[in-house]
Write a protein that binds this ligand. Structure first.
Ligand SMILES: [Zn+2]
Ligand SMILES: [Zn+2]
Length: 432
């Protein structure tokens, strides 16, 4: 029993990055030197290896994304494991974990098994799969969680839908203590969200659009933190968007609840003013972009560890699905390829966060939130490396996307910071 991560077999990377800044904050490494990758592992002799001039570049442990949608099975026209994992590699990610809200839903061991087999053939970075908490994600009957755990599920989530019934959540927490795998929660009170399509606030009023109040998220987190405390279970909160929610998580951590949480690059970089842009459906996601004061609170909470890590909630949609009136468009934006550059541009270059902390929150802390092994640049480790150019500027979308979809919230924006090379699980997964 334990989470299975799968990757396509391929040749082991062997190369030396000359004169690179090697930055691995959890390992206490920050120095300019050569970084050797030999036979897919860190370290060894540089003799005879391909040399890459990496002066001025930064090598960090590859990133981990605990929350992506690969649309497989069922909507391979939007994304599949090959394109989604290549988008991840282009963003410097070496491990990603996919949500089970597919068609069919990943709610049986046989669906999970077939996904793991496809991952072994197609994934250029490591991929893990969450299974559903309830059958068909209908919120009623629990899935066979022990059987799914034995088949290699990385955890359980009904993402896309909240688990509205508190007693179902309570029983899921009782199973959580048996499987040891995280319960990954999309937190929303469906009655409070109603027919809302964006954050309930001044912009929604101005545009005449239905609002999703911040308390829709925070009351759901308060309930589940209380249930987790009562049952001694462990929960991970998806895509925190509101100041009130960060406060609930802070209080829960203070009293010892086993709770972790993630925040997306778009909630850290943007606010609901973006919905007044010329192309508003690019900024329609659930939970919605909230106010500037929320964005500020999320950054502070990520900094002090109330929010543990960054997750993209990469959610591919077709252009024609999004090219409709705001109310009718689906929720969701892509994010794997822009995550580092967006956070580097909006957090590090603005002086809000150090590069060291960003690297932790996108790497070791993201792995820890789901109980996965953390990538490291320590000698002897399997090579999981992202090579970053912190000065390179690129307009999002100008060079296309590796993802099969292009519904990015940052489309057309110039971001600073580029991933030049990704080595995942000892294999070259991306090279610019
Ligand atoms: Zn969600
Ligand atoms: Zn999601």
């Amino acid at each position: 029993m334990g989470p299975r991560l799968v990757q396509r077999p391929g040749p082991a990377a062997s190369l030396v990055l000359r004169g690179v800044r090697v930055l691995d904050p959890p390992a206490g490494i920050d120095e300019v030197r050569d970084l050797v990758v030999r036979e897919g592992c860190i370290g060894g002799s540089p003799e005879g290896l391909e040399e890459i001039d990496a002066a001025g570049l930064v090598a960090v442990p590859g990133f981990v994304d605990p929350h992506v949608h690969l649309r497989t099975p069922g909507r391979e026209d939007l994304e599949d494991i090959a394109t989604g994992s290549l988008a991840a590699a282009a963003g410097g990610f070496v491990t990603i974990v996919a949500m089970p809200n597919t068609s069919p839903v990943v709610d049986t061991a046989s669906v999970l098994q077939s996904l793991l087999e496809r991952g072994e053939q197609e994934a250029v970075v490591r991929v893990g799969f969450l299974a559903a908490i309830t059958r068909g994600q209908s919120g009623a009957e629990l899935t066979e969680q022990v059987e799914l755990a034995e088949a290699g599920a990385a955890g359980f989530s009904d993402d896309g839908h909240p688990v509205a019934d508190a007693n179902v959540m309570r029983r899921a927490l009782q199973y959580q203590r048996i499987t040891g795998l995280p319960l990954v929660l999309h937190e929303e009170d469906p009655d409070l969200s109603g027919e809302g399509v964006m954050h309930e606030g001044g912009v929604a009023t101005r545009l005449g659009l239905g609002g999703i109040p911040s308390i829709s998220e925070s009351v759901a987190v308060a309930r589940d933190a209380a249930l987790a405390e009562y049952e001694g279970g462990r929960i991970h909160i998806c895509h925190v968007s509101a100041a009130e929610t960060a406060e609930e998580i802070r209080r829960a951590k203070e009293r010892g609840v086993r709770i972790t949480a993630e925040v997306t690059p778009h909630h850290l970089a943007l606010n609901d003013d973006a919905v007044e842009s010329l192309d508003p459906t690019r900024h329609k996601m659930n939970p919605p972009l909230r106010e500037e004061s929320d964005r500020e609170a999320l950054i502070a909470a990520l900094e002090d560890g109330t929010l543990d890590c960054i997750a993209t909630d990469h959610a591919p949609h077709a252009a024609d699905e999004k090219d409709v009136p705001f109310e009718e468009a689906p929720f969701g934006v892509t994010g794997l390829e822009t995550a580092f550059a967006a956070c580097h541009t909006h957090l590090v270059r603005t002086g809000r966060m150090s590069l060291e902390l960003l690297v932790r929150r996108m790497g070791a802390d993201a792995a820890a939130a789901l109980g996965l092994p953390a990538p490291t640049l320590a000698d002897g480790a399997v090579a999981d490396v992202a090579l970053l150019d912190l000065d390179e500027r690129a307009v999002v979308g100008d060079e296309g996307f590796q993802s099969r979809s292009r519904n990015s919230a940052f489309l057309g924006e110039e971001l600073v910071g580029r991933v030049r090379l990704t080595i995942a699980g000892g294999q070259i997964a991306w090279r610019l």
